[in-house]
Design a protein around this ligand. Structure first.
Ligand code: NAD
Ligand code: WQD
Length: 340
């Protein structure tokens, strides 16, 4: 079936995808600079699957080291997760984000080109839609670079353009742009999961750290949005459903489709208050919270129309909110300090 190169494979979504790839019979190589992860995640994936992972601690900005990885194996497909992803940090350090996420991707593409690797799956994001003009978001919804609300999001949209231009010039290339909504939860084993550095920026890791007693209370960023209960609404998707979507995308690229773009979401939006209630039920813990002002750059509501992925990949999310919270809680309560 060919070996898959996974960049950023030690990270949250990458580690879950490695597990699904191995279970689907693929051999994999991971490159990661471990700037936001630890190799322990991959060791656990190997233990869970009973299969080996070839690992290289390489930074995508080190073109020479990257080239060496390509020299050592023949890759059928590359899945490209490696990126910096903290929205607030990207506002403070935009150059670091453009260099890591855009230059890192260009280096990767150049290595692929030198070594004749033609299939690439890219981690894009619903953030490319900016402030939604209508919901649900389809792949045809507008993506305007000046309407993306932060530099991180702009790196994602810029890379989409880089990859489309590249494929136009080299039509033998196949590229899947996967626009994730809000990935949450963890593998059912409770052995791998999300382990953010420092205070979490995202809702679910914050809520689970309150539940486990690492943080005192949640701040709810605004209760005066035009949503049913006034809090922000998002399309949370179980990370294992997302991982399975990548396996199907790898298979899709073997049909030589050129560039394909898919929303990976459930199509259902939940509010912050609904998340708090679901997590309280899953964990049996109370989640104290206080209402804070809105967070800059946040939109009221964002959710997907995932029907194209269903039609063309045969993919749909089948793990609901309860499962996302139960699995996320199993990971958090079994590993209160993450991988440390
Ligand atoms: P993560 O930080 O857990 O994983 C990213 C991995 O890439 C990390 O292991 C990190 O060490 C590595 N990395 C970063 N820069 C690198 C470089 N220059 N060279 C080599 N390795 C590098 O994040 P994640 O949540 O697993 O996200 C994976 C991808 O999905 C990212 O591209 C992210 O932008 C995208 N995405 C994430 C979300 C989300 O909410 N988690 C939503 C949409 C899109
Ligand atoms: C969800 C909801 C917050 C934290 C981000 C990125 C996006 C994508 C996914 C990568 C919102 C509210 C949150 C808290 C809160 N990542 N909230 N208190 O902002 O939808 O998306 O992650 O591509 O690009 O922007 O996710 O989890 O931060 O927020 O009230 O402490 O929870 O206001 O309504 P978001 P989030």
């Amino acid at each position: 079936m060919g070996r898959v190169l996974v960049t950023g494979g030690a990270g949250y979504i990458g580690s879950h995808t490695c597990l699904e790839l191995l279970n689907a019979g693929f051999e994999i190589t991971v490159v990661d600079n471990l700037s936001n992860s630890t190799q322990e995640s991959l060791q656990r994936v190997s233990t869970l699957t009973g299969k080996e992972i070839a690992f290289f601690k390489v930074d995508l900005l080190d073109a020479e080291a990257l080239d060496t990885v390509f020299s050592r194996s023949d890759f059928g497909t590359v899945i490209h997760f490696a990126a910096l992803k903290a929205v607030g940090e990207s506002v403070a350090q935009p150059l670091q984000y453009y260099q890591n996420n855009v230059t890192g991707t260009v280096n990767l593409c150049q290595a692929m080109q030198r070594h004749g690797v033609t299939n690439l799956v890219f981690s894009s994001s619903a953030t490319v839609y900016g402030i939604p003009k209508s919901l649900p978001l389809t792949e045809q919804s507008e993506t305007l670079i000046h309407e993306v609300t932060n530099p991180y999001g702009r790196t994602k949209l810029m890379v989409e353009f880089v990859l489309k231009d590249w494929q136009r010039a080299f039509p033998a290339m196949n590229v899947a742009l996967l626009r994730y909504f809000n990935p949450v939860g963890a593998h059912v084993s409770g052995r791998i999961g999300e382990d953010p550095n420092g205070i979490p920026n995202n809702l679910l890791p914050y809520v689970s750290q309150v539940a486990v007693g690492r943080l005192e209370k949640l701040g709810v960023f605004g209760d005066d949005y035009e949503t049913a209960d006034g809090t922000g609404v998002r399309d949370y998707i179980h990370v294992v459903d997302l991982a399975v979507g990548h396996v199907l995308a790898v298979k899709k690229l073997s049909e030589n489709p050129g560039v394909v773009t898919y929303n990976l979401g459930t199509g259902i939006g939940y509010s912050v208050f609904q998340i708090i209630a679901a997590f309280e039920e899953a964990s049996g813990q109370r989640i104290p919270f206080e209402i804070l002002p809105r967070r800059a750059g946040d939109v009221a509501a964002c959710f997907a129309d995932p029907s194209l992925a269903k039609l063309e990949l045969g993919w749909s999310a089948n793990r609901g909110l309860q499962e996302m919270c139960i699995d996320g809680w199993r990971w958090q309560s079994n590993n209160p300090n993450g991988y440390a």
